[in-house]
Design a protein around this ligand. Structure first.
Ligand code: PLP
Length: 408
């Protein structure tokens, strides 16, 4: 069998991205395979946040809305994120959470398709995506329809206003063909909304090339914006003039500081803003996105595939009792591998105790994420060899590993 330890050392030595790990503050001895859930802390973030707090807020006070251009940060972040997802700079804005952006864009899409009420998605989609549709359903505005991944195209009909899918599935890593499904939805007269939470910064995304209408995505996963970082939203330029969203807050007004009694939408994606932008969160996100932009999507994608292919082979060789549920073809999956095991929760806890951090997704999935900016091949090999040892020693059976924490 391949000597995976030696192979990992060889791949690390040849890795053009190896130098970027130093741009993150990761403790020695931690193999962090959960950057798909919460990205690591960029080295530059603490100082930047201290500067925003002490200088821009502490000294600049309210003047910093202008002098430090706080007011322009949502748009600035949008233009920085855009090239990572194949969008124009004026088509993306950073705001709110993914959930809130879903609400705004689902409602906007429904308003653009009068006479149609169905929002089509897949069962097992990320919970918040499905719940947000239910919220609109309870308001009498939407009707939720779910169809399995392979049946989703056939479930498109004249009632469907919006096809809403998560590009890379959070649990399995399976990736939809964005261009093909977008085209199918358009043929049926429906609009399309892609959730890029597990895509942005990890896999190739070409929203413009696919003809996508709307997208949302997450700031705290592969974009390394920090816990609860602002999310982003994309609207294709051709839809800007017709875009109407129900969270018509003052920051989405054409002239917020005119203090008019009546709402008038700001141009373009600016009208997706609702309340005052979170400047600390946006400042941290800016550092994370800037790093991704500097490394470049092409290099990130290439390394992501190498990492997951290496791990898949090593797992198959050394830990065959864990069943891989992610697609075999790296071009058909996100930057993760998911494994099914009856005791996945306990295995995950035992791994974490050994400072190999992956995560668990109910009911029985162990998920290993490969954030290519800072994960090494040695990290991946450690995950595999520690798993082998945890299984052989029976260490996973320790009672404390069966106790469930609030966040899993
Ligand atoms: C992480 C994630 C979210 C997160 O939504 P928030 O409102 O930002 O908490 C939404 N959708 C998907 C698919 C995700 O992976």
């Amino acid at each position: 069998m391949t000597d995976f330890a030696a192979e990992a050392a060889r791949l690390d030595a040849a890795d053009p991205l190896a130098k970027w790990r130093a741009e993150f503050l990761l403790d020695e001895g931690v193999a962090y395979l959960d950057g798909n859930s919460l990205g690591a802390l960029p080295r530059a973030t603490p100082d930047r946040l201290a500067e925003v707090v002490r200088q821009e807020w502490g000294k600049g006070l309210i003047g910093s809305w202008n002098s430090a251009n706080w007011i322009g940060l949502p748009q600035k972040l949008g233009t920085m994120i855009a090239p990572l997802i194949g969008a124009g700079g004026h088509e993306v804005i950073a705001a709110d959470s993914v959930s809130v952006n879903l609400f705004k864009l689902i409602a906007a899409a429904l308003a653009m398709r009068p006479g149609r009420k169905v929002v089509l998605s897949e069962p097992g989609n990320f919970p918040t995506d499905l719940y947000m549709v239910q919220g609109l359903e309870a308001q009498g505005l939407a009707e939720r329809r779910l169809a399995g991944r392979d049946a989703v195209a056939d479930a498109l009909d004249d009632d469907v206003a919006l096809l809403m899918l998560t590009h890379v599935h959070y649990k399995t890593g399976a990736m939809f063909d964005m261009a093909a499904l977008t085209a199918k939805a358009h043929e049926a007269g429906a609009l399309v909304l892609w959730d890029l939470s597990h895509s942005a910064g990890a896999v190739p995304v070409d929203l413009n090339g696919a003809g996508a209408d709307f997208a949302v995505g997450c700031g705290y996963k592969y974009l390394n914006g920090g816990p609860g970082a602002p999310a982003f939203a994309y609207v294709a330029e051709r839809l800007h003039d017709a875009l109407q969203q129900p969270l018509s807050g003052w920051m989405g007004h054409a002239r917020p500081f005119a203090f008019d009694d009546d709402y008038a939408s700001a141009p373009g994606v600016d009208r997706l803003l609702c309340g005052t932008p979170p400047i600390l969160g946006l400042s941290a996100l800016q550092i994370g996105v800037n790093l991704m932009a500097k490394i470049g999507m092409e290099a990130l994608v290439a390394k992501s595939r190498q990492l997951s292919e290496f791990t898949r082979a090593a797992m198959a060789g050394h830990v065959p009792e864990l069943v891989c549920i992610s697609p075999e073809d790296p071009a058909m999956r996100g930057s993760q591998l998911s494994y099914r095991h009856d005791h996945a929760y306990e295995l995950c806890q035992a791994l974490i105790a050994r400072r190999v951090i992956g995560d668990f997704r109910a009911p029985d999935v162990l998920r290993l994420g490969f954030a290519p900016a800072y994960v090494s091949f040695a990290d991946c090999w450690r995950a595999v060899s520690e798993l082998r040892d945890i299984l052989d020693s029976g260490e996973w059976q320790k009672p404390e590993y069966a106790e469930r924490a609030t966040v899993t």
